[in-house]
Design a protein around this ligand. Structure first.
Ligand code: IVH
Length: 689
């Protein structure tokens, strides 16, 4: 049999075996790191050789916990897992992305991520009817009798509400130690004991295990709940769960920049903490630092969108909701050997030492290079060539060298940090923690700026990847960005690896890139301090052509730049000096002649005031407005307001398919109800006028 196919089969078998030990028997025999390494190798092989990937591969059923000895049952709600990030930066990006999506002030809730066994409880009219494990997300095992033995799981709620509750079954650390002692330390950790106990066949034995449950999500059937209960925000759901008798997540943090709601919530309940969006980092750090003081294990934090209507418009992938993300404490790690350290120069001259590694699998890919940040970092780690090191991959970010595990057995081999740029022999200048090559004609810097220009995030010239540009540059086909547009690619036909098809692809993607808007062109040119966001900010503030920017640079009008998207004195000076640099201006002239967009011609969206004074609520789903925020924009652009709950101030309700309680309330309060067709008509009329 084919070697790869064989390896895939072996890995699948091994993983299935270890999965069953972990999830079903709750008694793993290999460490998480060893398990992850097998898993990553399989993921990698399946990606590279999709023809051998099987439908029922263990990579496709992450964490299935179905156990044949318990009856299976369909869930009433999708019971999914969580997407994850390993850096606070990643979390903040996610938060910002969602704020942009919502296009209004929204709130978030930060919760502890308990490390136990996932459970879903179904209550009917206040009575616990069924408890299901997560299973494969669609169906789980019925473990009702066992769950009923857990002392803090309410069997009857304080109100006859029908609801589904998601929560975690866990054991406190000291309870675990005591219990485990009785069994001669048979269990490896509280999580394994918790999930193992749920599958214990005799409920009388389960009753002796000190299990507890925490509730973190509630899905209420609106008709069964007391009138005037706020059911549009997650944080109120948590408060409600507490009132109904559940133990809820420990001190969730309500995070919002809306002073009003923060104030209301601060006094509403001592169950929660409150804070602002900019404090997310501080809250995360505080929780990470006090993690060990908790009486139970957490393996991360979860940040969720508070506004349930936004959650609804974001929806789910097949694996996780788009409205929540886990901040995981442990990032994937692997061990390997440091073969060498090389110096990399960025387009702005910053020097980054890069570790060359014995290739190793980590988080689904083979890694052979990792960043070492700067000289200070190498010294801090006391890193030598040949050492055995630990590397980590945090989310999407480039792998980093974390620590030395074992020194090179042949002795310490120091890395000699060069004093001169290996590409242009300029002396490195140290600024802060980093060294810089200050020669703007350094060939390496120029090459990097061409690579940056063509990259996916910038001009997205997809057939001109790093490798191809490297080749073109090293072989003198191109010397600068403008050359990308002027050389005759047919001349490459004699070069190895350049077939007719590839050349046609390059030509057509080069042509396509000429359509990129000015904002992208401006950021792709890689000016210091002008990334994508700042480029858009400059344009929005009226600097919507390169000529306007050059003009203010020539006149030295720094004050026109200051405060645009946070530009300060130093950056304003730097922008001015870049746009008066002869070489740069030359380059811009060439690119202009080639036909790149150096002006933003889009008109600001037309505004009217036909909805002035009106307060709209939007409910249900729409054919022509996906996501729903598109409809909200139409209202806001016509000076109307959009809110989420129907109350006396509401003037209009925009009703879509399967509208529910909001529609009912609007009808009761005699509000103007507009359906999708009527709304389309209103917009059309306004546009015509
Ligand atoms: S929210 C659809 N919140 O983490 C909602 N999950 O790695 C997704 N978990 O299966 C879950 N604490 O068992 C959520 N505060 C919390 C949580 C939490 C622990 C578990 C849960 C989930 C797993 C995902």
């Amino acid at each position: 049999m084919n070697k790869i196919k064989e390896e895939i089969r072996d890995l699948s078998e091994k993983l299935l075996y270890h999965q069953s030990l972990y999830y079903i028997k709750s008694a793993p025999i290999i460490s998480d790191i060893e398990y992850d390494a097998l898993f990553d190798r399989l993921l990698y092989l399946e990606k590279e050789y999709p023809q051998y990937a099987k439908e029922d591969s263990p990579t496709k059923r992450i964490g299935v916990d179905l156990d044949n000895q318990f009856a299976e049952k369909e869930h009433k709600i999708p019971v999914l897992s969580l997407d994850k990030e390993y850096t606070i930066e990643g979390i903040n990006k996610w938060v910002q992305k969602n704020i942009d999506f919502a296009e209004r002030q929204i709130g978030f809730v930060l919760e502890e991520k308990l490390d136990g066994a996932s459970i879903v409880l179904y209550y009917e009219r206040g009575i616990l009817k069924e408890a299901l494990t997560r299973g494969d997300g669609k169906k789980g095992n019925l473990v009702t009798a066992n769950v009923k033995t857990i002392k803090n799981v309410p069997l009857k709620l304080t109100e006859p509400v029908t609801l589904s509750v998601r929560g975690e079954i866990f054991i406190k650390k000291d309870d675990f130690t005591k219990y485990n002692k009785k069994f001669e330390n048979k269990y490896s950790n509280p999580r394994n004991l918790a999930s193992g106990s749920l599958r214990q066949l005799k409920s009388s034995l389960v009753a002796e295990v000190p299990l507890k449950m925490v509730a973190y999500e509630g899905y209420f059937e609106a008709e069964t709940i007391e009138k005037n209960t706020e059911l549009t925000e997650h944080i109120y759901n948590l408060i409600k769960l507490d009132k109904l008798g559940f133990e809820v997540s420990n001190k969730p943090v309500y995070i919002s920049d809306n002073k009003e709601t923060v104030k209301v919530l601060k006094s509403a309940s001592n169950l929660i903490e409150v804070g602002r969006i900019e404090d997310i980092k501080t809250f995360i750090e505080k929780r990470v630092n006090s993690r060990d003081k908790l009486q139970y294990d957490i393996d991360g934090l979860v940040i969720k969108i508070n506004d349930l209507d936004i959650r609804e418009s974001l929806g789910y992938t097949s694996h996780h909701p788009r409205w929540a993300i886990a901040y995981k404490f442990e990032s994937p790690m692997a061990e390997t050997i440091l073969l060498n350290i090389v110096i990399q120069i960025g387009r702005n001259g910053r020097v980054t030492p890069v570790a060359e590694l014995e290739p190793v699998h980590i988080a689904g890919s083979i890694v052979s290079r990792a960043t070492l940040h700067n000289l200070e970092y190498i010294e801090l780690l006391e890193l030598g060539i040949g050492d055995i090191i630990a590397i980590s991959k945090r989310g999407e970010i480039i792998p980093a060298v974390e620590e030395v595990i074992e020194q090179n057995p042949k002795g310490f081999i120091k890395f000699n940090f060069p004093e001169l740029c290996p590409f242009c022999s300029s002396i490195f200048i140290k600024e802060g923690a980093h060294h810089f090559c200050k020669n703007k004609n350094c060939p390496e810097r120029i090459k990097r700026s061409i690579i940056y220009f063509a990259s996916k995030d910038q001009m997205d010239i997809d057939s001109l990847g790093e490798k191809t540009i490297n080749f073109l540059y090293e072989n003198n086909y191109i010397n600068n960005i403008a050359d990308l547009y002027s050389i005759d690619y047919e001349n490459l036909l004699n070069e190895e690896g350049f077939k007719e098809k590839k050349i046609q692809n390059i030509k057509s993607s080069i042509e396509k890139s000429k359509d990129k808007p000015f904002s992208i062109v401006l950021s792709a040119l890689g000016f210091d301090g002008i990334g994508k966001n700042r480029a858009s900010d400059l344009i929005k503030e009226g600097l919507n052509s390169i000529d306007k920017i050059i003009e203010i640079a020539e006149k030295g009008e720094t004050e026109l730049l200051i405060n645009i998207g946070g530009v300060g004195d130093i950056l304003a000076d730097s922008i001015i000096s870049q746009f008066t640099d002869k070489d740069i201006l030359n380059q811009i002239e060439k690119l202009k002649a080639i036909g790149l967009n150096f002006e933003d011609l889009s008109k600001p969206m037309s505004k009217s005031s036909v909805f002035e004074g009106q307060i709209w609520v939007i409910t249900g789903t729409f054919e022509n407005f996906k996501p729903r925020s598109v409809a909200a924009d139409e209202i806001k652009n016509r000076s109307g307001k959009v809110t989420t709950s129907v109350n006396s101030k509401t003037t209009h309700l925009l009703k879509g398919e399967s509208a529910g309680s909001k529609l009912k309330k609007a009808e009761e309060l005699n509000k103007i109800i507009i359906d999708e067709d009527e709304f389309m008509e209103m917009i059309k009329n306004d546009k015509e006028n």
